[in-house]
Design a protein. Structure first.
Length: 347
């Protein structure tokens, strides 16, 4: 009995040791592992450099660690979804990647593109790898999430009847979009092209470039996503409907610009304090009064809102389920916890 107990105990110790060994980081330069696939420190650092203003003050230790954790989490999620896309035969083709790459280069001259590439620290291969991953993930989510969303006329009617008061406009409202350029870039704000002015002359040049693109017929929302330097860049610069009373609280120059425009008009660049420039577009103007369900704009706004809500919910649920089905080890998070907030020192 004693011998048998010792053998069982020895086996248990070996199994425990093997299990523990699996949880040890493969090396100091591996910051996460997703189902056996390493995510190296260098990958996180590469994207970290693209999100920090090299000309501005360096982020604090805590800010840097937080941003790197966020980037690593994004890479983990993308790796999980990329694996799912591969299993579903939904990986982007070379032709799709090349088409998207050409589209992303189109706003720039070759010289401008090379300059942007150099300042970002990324290579053409890096960009194409990112595009392949993003396109593949989008194809997966379109099939698994977006295609399953259905908003019925009854859904729209029910929402309107429960929220009728929301559609009673008590004062004129102005649907405004904006593009912001600043000579003092915020490292926490990103646009689609990671294009930020670094100083006052750079900001002025960028404003002139934007004026030329707008005059040439470029889509305002796309320009905002590509170039705007504030948090509304992700929504195409859309500020939504702004009540007239709120305009009264804004800069008189901005108010004057809005009131002088007709729907569809774009303002001249408006110089503000602290080296900021703002270009405004009046998307629509709504008089006061009750909006009825028969109004196509009311129906569309409800439908879009319900669709966005449901898509966000399903995307979140899909990602949670996807993470539950794989083994993920985040060594960076563990090291930060063990060191009370300090980033691991690379070799």
């Amino acid at each position: 009995m004693t011998r048998k107990f010792l053998v069982v105990a020895a086996v248990a110790v070996c199994l425990l040791a093997a299990s523990c060994k699996k949880d040890v980081a493969p090396g100091p330069d591996t910051w996460a592992v997703v189902d056996g696939k390493d995510i190296p420190r260098a990958e996180v650092e590469k994207y970290f450099r693209t999100r920090v203003n090299a000309q501005g003050p360096a982020p604090s230790q805590e800010e840097g660690a937080s941003l790197k954790l966020s980037i690593l989490d994004e890479l983990i999620n993308k790796e999980i979804l990329l694996n799912r896309a591969a299993k579903a035969n939904l990986l982007a083709s070379d032709a799709e990647v090349e088409d998207k790459f050409t589209e992303s280069k189109s706003p720039y001259t070759e010289e401008e593109f090379q300059r942007k590439l150099q300042s970002s620290g990324l290579t053409v291969d890096d960009l194409k790898q990112d595009l392949r991953r993003d396109l593949s993930v989008q194809k997966l989510l379109n099939r698994e999430v977006v295609a399953k969303i259905s908003i019925t006329d009854q859904d729209v009617s029910d929402f309107y009847n429960k929220n009728r008061a929301q559609f009673n406009v008590v004062e004129p409202e102005y649907h405004i979009a904006q593009i912001v350029v600043t000579s003092r870039p915020d490292p926490g704000v990103q646009n689609r092209k990671n294009d930020k002015a670094q100083n006052e002359p750079d900001a002025k040049r960028k404003v002139v470039l934007l004026e030329q693109k707008i005059a040439g017929g470029a889509d305002f929302g796309q320009l905002a996503m590509d170039y705007s330097e504030d948090s509304t860049a992700t929504t195409g610069g859309d500020l939504g409907f702004v009540p007239e009373s709120r305009l009264n609280q804004s800069d008189p120059i901005l108010k004057k610009a809005v009131l002088s425009m007709k729907p569809g008009d774009v303002s001249q660049p408006i110089a503000e304090q602290n080296g900021r420039y703002r270009i405004l577009k009046l998307v629509a103007k709504e008089p006061s009064g009750q909006r009825e369900l028969s109004d196509p704009q009311v129906q569309q706004s409800i439908r879009d809102m319900l669709r966005n809500r449901k898509e966000q919910l399903l995307r979140t649920a899909y990602m949670i389920e996807a993470r539950d089905e794989v083994k993920v080890t985040n060594y960076l998070a563990r090291q930060i916890l063990e060191s009370a907030g300090k980033l691991p020192v690379g070799k």
